[in-house]
Design a protein around this ligand. Structure first.
Ligand SMILES: [Zn+2]
Length: 168
């Protein structure tokens, strides 16, 4: 996680403050504000229909892998609302059922990813640019150690992955 050095509000250099429970946290003595190192919450969604799974790619990705649809939770939004909104915004599909799976944290501790399984009835009518339906019975082009691949494995334990070479 990136270290915060300065106060977001007044720009003053942060100090370390010992809290009542003995932990030390970054503190602005000007604003009397403690900056807890909290991860950003995101929703990540595995969209399925029968034996198909919807995988997505981000704009400008250099590697050959596909991932799942995900996005940051906006203030006032529930994780469920984020999941549905991201699927609609990214691929124009309405989710017919949404089921919470579990949560994951990224290696750099920046994100708390709240994973959902979603179903959609519509797998054919959309021209998807950055997403594609893949048959679960064939190896999937996912990076095996990624959170997206862990989620896919959690939902569909029998899946395998294609052996893709990273471009350098
Ligand atoms: Zn301050």
């Amino acid at each position: 996680m990136k270290e915060r050095k300065y106060c977001t509000f007044c720009g003053k250099q942060l100090l370390l403050k010992t809290l009542d429970d003995g932990t030390k946290e970054k503190y602005c003595d000007n604003c009397n504000h403690v900056f807890f190192p909290t991860p950003s919450p995101c929703a990540i969604v595995i969209v399925t229909n029968a034996n198909k799974v919807l995988l997505a790619r981000g704009i400008g990705w250099k590697h050959p892998y596909w991932a799942l649809i995900s996005g940051h939770i906006r203030p006032g939004e529930t994780a469920e609302e984020t999941a549905k909104r991201e699927v609609y915004e990214e691929v124009g599909l309405k989710v017919s059922s949404l089921e919470f799976l579990r949560t994951y944290t990224t290696k750099d501790h920046e994100l708390l990813m709240i994973a959902f399984k979603a179903k959609t009835e519509n797998t054919t009518s959309q021209e998807l640019e950055d997403a594609k339906w893949f048959d679960l019975r064939h190896p999937l082009p996912m990076r095996p150690e990624s959170i997206a691949a862990q989620i896919a494995k959690h939902v569909f334990p029998k899946i395998t992955y294609t052996n893709l070479k990273e471009q350098t």
